[in-house]
Design a protein around this ligand. Structure first.
Ligand code: ATP
Length: 454
């Protein structure tokens, strides 16, 4: 099958209720999207898969869910107020605005003119005010990354869990960046979600952990259905590194718009904990000089061997949920030619990511016995804990199969006349990928589905 295009994905996402433009009826808010009935399910499943791999399956990670509104001082000392900006240029002819690093050969990406302004820094953080008085002292930011709260809560987490390095704190949540140009659907957004782990390690072991996390994260993406051949590791050149990083691997994926970043795995050293900490003199800071912070906390751990306080180094795998969504959809989208000449669109999502696990379809929606058995089956299957089971009573079996192929439902169960006439009751089970149908006793369904999904 030819490579999936962005048009195919955008069209499917709108048609089937995965993703909608925000404030669509008013013409849309640029760079902001809403996730529809199926989008919210897929997004939740991606986040659950990440949380499971990063927190539940490990013994060295705790979770956190911190606030989005962020005290100005936090982002001042983290370096974001001064350095979290992109160079911006304007086209003097067509008035378009764009990131200077998106300009090729000195030409405007919109109209090709070479009459451009000099690049100037544009801070990407959204400002707001906390409280009733809108003066400078009440300034706060919407967080530009989830990471900072992990650093500022480091001491509370350590004190409340008695964790020792190496250990990590994981968080999933919204981040906000006033990106200069937003296009390419949900690839670059002004409001987006991140899945971030800050993994605290002994200084000197950070590069080793960086490689371990790079490999673990590639494996996770493959487990979500991504073709390993379409994932590329970029060793970020020194002049492109973020202000806090000593070394970063970008995990890139072959999106329909080209090969672009999916996740960054960065060595943030002791940059953040060091900057948020006050007791400089007592600390053995390995690489940096941290001064002038207003924080009262000592964000360090006591090294029993060296008998001194040490600020841990941090390795950070940071992935975008929306980019994960786009990558998973890109990979799963298929158009297949059927023997009868028709084309079937099928979303071959991994089972654990499918928004709907099973559709229960009554063949006749005005037959009380059939409908009632379908309801009963749905209620019983829900108890198995496999996820969303949906009653699909559109009344047209062909359409129902087409719809569930398009939204990636792995199994459809059809309740027909045989189901109510025969004892023991049986139903038809249809597999999304093979389209094979088999008859199965209703009583055997829970066991079968548990084995299939869990
Ligand atoms: P880019 O180079 O694409 O601007 P970045 O290097 O600034 O990304 P990070 O700060 O490393 O991104 O953020 C970690 C992850 O968060 C990215 O790999 C990406 O998946 C996601 N992300 C960052 N910015 C956006 C955005 N504007 N829209 C959607 N996802 C984003």
């Amino acid at each position: 099958m030819p490579a999936t295009t962005m048009e195919q994905l955008v069209s499917l996402c709108k048609r089937r209720g995965f993703v909608f433009q925000s404030a669509d009826i008013y013409g849309g808010l640029q760079g902001v999207y809403d996730y529809g009935p199926l989008g919210v399910e897929l997004k939740n499943n991606i986040k659950a898969a990440w949380w499971r791999a990063m927190v539940y399956e490990r013994d060295d990670v705790e979770g956190l869910d911190a606030s989005l509104l962020t005290l100005r001082k936090v982002l001042h000392y983290s370096g974001h107020e001064d350095t979290f900006s992109d160079p911006m240029q304007d086209c003097k002819r067509c008035k378009a605005r764009f990131r200077a690093d998106h300009v090729k050969d000195g030409k405007c990406p919109e109209c090709g003119s070479t009459e451009l302004t000099e690049p100037r820094p544009f801070n990407l953080m959204f400002k707001t005010h906390v409280g009733p008085v809108d003066d400078g002292s009440s300034l706060a930011y919407l967080r530009p990354e989830t990471a900072q709260a992990i650093f500022t809560q480091f001491k509370n987490v350590v004190d409340s869990t008695a964790r020792k390095v190496p250990f990590g704190i994981a968080q999933i949540g919204k981040s906000f960046r006033n990106e200069i140009t937003v296009r390419n659907f949900i690839f670059r957004l002004r409001e987006f979600e991140q899945m971030e782990l800050e993994f605290f390690v002994k200084p000197g072991t950070d590069l080793e952990w960086l490689d371990k996390w790079r490999d673990a994260r590639i494996k996770w993406w493959v487990d979500q259905g991504l073709d390993p051949n379409k994932i590329h590791v970029k060793d970020v050149p020194a002049d492109e590194l973020a202000h806090y990083s000593k070394k970063t691997y970008d995990l890139e994926y072959e999106f329909p718009i080209g090969t672009e970043e999916l996740e960054g795995v960065a060595d943030r050293q002791d940059y953040d904990l060091g900057n948020h900490t006050r007791y400089q003199d007592e600390l053995a800071l390995t690489t940096k000089v941290h001064k002038n912070t207003d924080s009262t906390a000592k964000l360090a751990v006591f090294d029993e061997e060296a008998k001194k306080w040490v600020v841990p180094f941090v390795v950070e795998p940071s992935a975008g949920v929306d980019r994960a969504f786009l990558a998973v959809m890109t990979e799963a989208y298929n158009e297949e030619k059927l023997p009868n000449g028709e084309t079937r669109t099928v979303l071959k999502l991994k089972k654990h990511l499918a928004p709907v696990k099973v559709a229960v379809i009554p063949l006749k929606r005005n037959n009380e016995q059939i409908v009632s058995l379908a309801h009963q089956i749905k209620a019983d299957l829900l108890k198995t804990g496999i996820g969303r089971v949906m009653l699909e009573d559109s009344g047209n079996i062909g359409k129902a199969y087409r719809r569930h192929d398009e939204i990636g439902t792995p199994l459809c169960i059809t309740v027909d006349f045989e189901s109510i006439e025969q004892s023991p009751a049986t139903v038809t089970l249809r597999n999304r990928d093979t389209m094979a149908q088999e008859r199965i006793a209703v009583a055997d369904l829970p066991k079968y589905l548990k084995e299939f999904f869990l």
